[in-house]
Design a protein around this ligand. Structure first.
Ligand SMILES: CC(C)(COP(=O)(O)OP(=O)(O)OC[C@H]1O[C@@H](n2cnc3c(N)ncnc32)[C@H](O)[C@@H]1OP(=O)(O)O)[C@@H](O)C(=O)NCCC(=O)NCCS
Length: 152
């Protein structure tokens, strides 16, 4: 984690976040979707990890703050920067800041059933599998695992 700074994302980060998403997901969000998130969506809150030296965005995570619930939208770390606890740090900061700034008491998210790395990572933060959404991912009809944390 040395040489990495964690900070709140702003609208200036849209292009780099969209580029990172293309590398990390088979069905990435469009640049327009991220532009909407960071410019217009008052409920959206995004944290990112940036290389101090180059300014490259190497990871990000987002959440929608809906009343006392935090709906995590996405978490991604560039393949060259994985297994350095950047993912854990981003999630940790995202959840702590959501609790502190917006009074979030519980978090939820969906993950592909096959994404055992992400599911195990979320369990470290108190997420438990509470249900399945059958065929949720349209392009390959994969099931989504629905996860929630216990309200604090
Ligand atoms: C999931 C993801 C964000 C993890 O990012 P990361 O920065 O590499 O994760 P961390 O280094 O913080 O890993 C934390 C822990 O998760 C587990 N973990 C992470 N990657 C793992 C892997 N490839 N295999 C097994 N366990 C893994 C380990 O327990 C790890 O702790 P350890 O390194 O001390 O053993 C990253 O793999 C990614 O971007 N994947 C593609 C996008 C994605 O699937 N996002 C989630 C959508 S629901």
């Amino acid at each position: 984690m040395s040489g990495i700074v964690i900070r709140k994302a702003t609208e200036k980060d849209v292009n780099q976040i969209a580029d990172l998403d293309k590398i990390c997901f088979s069905v990435p969000w469009s640049e327009q979707s991220f532009a909407k998130e960071l410019k217009e969506n008052n409920l959206a809150f995004y944290i990112l990890a940036e290389s101090k030296e180059t300014g490259q965005i190497v990871g990000y995570a987002g959440v929608w703050l809906i009343q006392e619930e935090g709906h995590i939208t996405n978490v991604a770390v560039h393949p060259d920067f994985r297994r350095k606890h950047i993912g854990m740090t981003i999630i940790d900061v995202l959840m702590k800041e959501s609790r502190k700034q917006a009074g979030i008491k519980t978090f939820t998210l969906e993950a592909r059933k096959s994404n055992t790395v992400a599911i195990e990572l979320y369990k470290k933060f108190g997420f438990a599998e509470v249900g399945i959404r059958k065929g949720y991912y349209q392009e390959n009809k994969e099931d989504a695992v629905i996860m929630w944390t216990i309200p604090l």
